[in-house]
Design a protein around this ligand. Sequence first.
Ligand code: NZQ
Ligand code: ZN
Length: 391
Amino acid sequence: MKDFTYYAPTEVAFGRDALGQVAVLVKKYGGHKVLVHFGGGSVRRSGLLDQVCDLLSARGIDYILMGGVVPNPRLELVREGIALCRKEGVDMILAVGGGSVMDSSKAIAYGVPYDGDVWDFFCGKAKPEKALPVGCVVTNPASGSEMSDSCVITNIEDKRGYSSPLGRCRFTVSNPEFTFTLPPYQTAAGVADIMMHTMERYFSHDMDMDLTDSLAEALLRTMKDNAYKVLADPCDYRARAQIMWGGSLAHNGLTECGLQRDWACHKMEHELSGMFDVTHGAGLTAIWPSWARYVYKENIQRFVQFAVNVMGVRNDFSDPEGTAIRGIEAMERFYRDIRMPVTIGELLGREITDAEISELARRCSHGGAITVGNLKVLYQKDMEAVYRLAR
Ligand code: NZQ
Ligand code: ZN
């Protein structure tokens, strides 16, 4: 069992009446002048943005608005947000939206007190010493950004993540009703992303942390079962609530305590969504089955445990490898059931070329300089092989 530090400082206000606490939380965490940051308009259409503004005004909290965050959020807008916050004397960012809005907010928060260019943090040229406080009102629970330490930003086609304890939100307001309007594709991609945040931790060589395994398996089963329910009835509060809370727990560190995490699929997916601007969760489902087939022999017992405890596959004790493979096939069937792609061709709607595959592997390995993954350490040639299997 690995030693670990579990740090999850985000205050969570969860449920139908959670939004009522937003202004109290802003004040509690030091917000006097707030940048309310949002995306392409879903929060305007739903009326949520107006509700947030009214609640801030009612408590005498000054705010300015900045929308326009796109999926796979862009560095240019982050730089604009930083300039705006400095000019207006903003002391807190309130993200109202999904993972892209939350990540754009976190990047602005890092950039405001920093003298250089915020991209320095994403390239490893500098480390932030401070950041403005960030709070969020979540409308898409997929990314888990509301409780994670990560932030993922795209600079033209170069999509990079940065993780730091300073990147944890001070608070999250999570009302499952805000997710009723999510389109089915985003809903399914979100569930896939949530599950993958825990699977990236679960597929480990560490097999002696029973409690973490049980939490992870329960989370994965719950997400899978409720995915069918929300796709059948988008306004099923109970099912939306399981997914929303699962999204926060899947990526706040709880399901990695005592384990060495992997993250190969995420690193390989970030190249896909960087290059082709596709939805992150869908990029993950396009890669995972091929990654799993490429690496399962490194720890067949772990894949057997996944097959039996998560996917409900019967354990054939005389054929562990067969059980492991049936688990991967069952996951693939689940992805198909929720209409997610299981190949890159399905993801892009066209065949990927050899040149594109080589370029993805080149970028993911930083030109051969780095490896990804831990269950099986993947070199550039392995990344290329996984992309090729997934084509
Ligand atoms: O922009 P608007 O109009 O709000 O529309 C969004 C967007 O088009 C829409 N949407 C969000 N909530 C909605 C809604 N539409 C109707 N009703 C609602 N309630 O959904 C679309 C996608 O939103 P986006 O925020 O991009 O999705 P998601 O939450 O999946 O975030 C994806 C981003 O998070 C990053 C991904 O790489 C990607 O850039 N990730 C961030 C992580 C982190 N910070 O910890 C971890 C993840 O692994 C992930 O990498
Ligand atoms: Zn993810």
